[in-house]
Design a protein around this ligand. Structure first.
Ligand SMILES: Nc1ncnc2c1ncn2[C@@H]1O[C@H](COP(=O)(O)OP(=O)(O)OP(=O)(O)O)[C@@H](O)[C@H]1O
Length: 247
């Protein structure tokens, strides 16, 4: 198996707070790795260290065997690494299709579209493919701001897949999404993982969503890796139950 992502002893401190305290793990090609843990245990900080939003205090991040520690998010994008954020990143006044084209341009490293609005940039076909894949056809020309929250989360996830990334880090994709839309979101993520061989790491507080979507689950507590295993192994781990699931 090929490791798409290799994290070695990554640390990040903010003053006296050890937000991430020596975390190491690999993510294999085609895996969906869930990242869970109580509020404040360091999940988002770890994501930000992987994605270049933060520079780790120590440690190394490799993508496809290449050291990427400290690279900027735009450079990581060009290496096929993409992400979603906890808060929606859609532009409410732009249509669904325009949001996707804009995301595609950003993945190509063209930030000017933020200032001047998206042109086609040869990305219409890719946007339409993503619209079809995420079943947003009936909403393609609607302003994103007029969509329901769940539909906006679907669009937000679809935006991360513009540009055909190898590795996608999803930060709470199910957060605030109602039950009906949750099923759609999970089914679409599973399908895109299967059909495009995309590798994911998913931060999520919704246990049912994580346990049913992910092939492996990693648990953090107080900046450290507490457990790693299949959903069934993690569910049965006494340390996990004590630190997290039991509460
Ligand atoms: N920019 C920052 N400056 C100072 N402290 C920070 C900063 N970012 C995070 N922290 C602290 O680092 C710790 C880890 O925070 P982080 O947001 O990574 O946790 P999390 O597991 O993602 O939490 P949640 O599930 O609530 O999103 C917390 O104690 C937090 O207060």
């Amino acid at each position: 198996m090929t490791a798409v992502l290799e994290i070695s002893n990554v640390k990040k401190s903010f003053g006296g707070i050890k937000a991430v305290d020596g975390v190491s793990f690999d993510v294999q090609e085609g895996e969906i790795l869930g990242l869970i843990g109580p509020n404040g245990c360091g999940k988002s900080t770890l994501f930000n260290c992987i994605l270049g939003q933060l520079t780790p205090t120590d440690g190394e991040v490799k993508v496809d065997g290449k050291v990427v520690t400290g690279l900027r998010p735009s450079e990581l994008n060009r290496l096929g690494v993409s992400r979603t954020f906890q808060l929606l990143q859609v532009f409410p006044k732009l249509s669904v299709r325009e949001n996707l084209i804009l995301a595609g341009q950003e993945h190509q490293g063209n930030m000017m579209s933020r200032l001047f609005g998206p042109s086609d940039a040869g990305l219409s076909a890719a946007a339409d493919q993503m619209i079809g894949f995420f079943k947003l056809d009936h909403l393609a020309t609607e302003a994103a701001g007029g969509l329901s929250y769940g539909q906006q989360k679907l669009l937000d996830a679809a935006m991360a897949f513009m540009g055909g990334p190898r590795l996608v880090l999803l930060d709470e994709p199910a957060g605030g999404v109602n039950l009906t839309m949750l099923g759609d979101l999970k089914e679409r993520l599973a399908a895109i993982n299967r059909e495009k061989r995309a590798t994911f790491v998913v931060i999520e507080h919704n246990m049912e969503f994580v346990m049913s979507l992910c092939t492996r689950v990693m648990v953090m507590a107080e900046g450290k890796l507490l457990a790693m295993g299949t959903p069934a192994e993690v569910r049965a781990n006494p340390a996990v139950i004590e630190a997290y699931l039991g509460h």
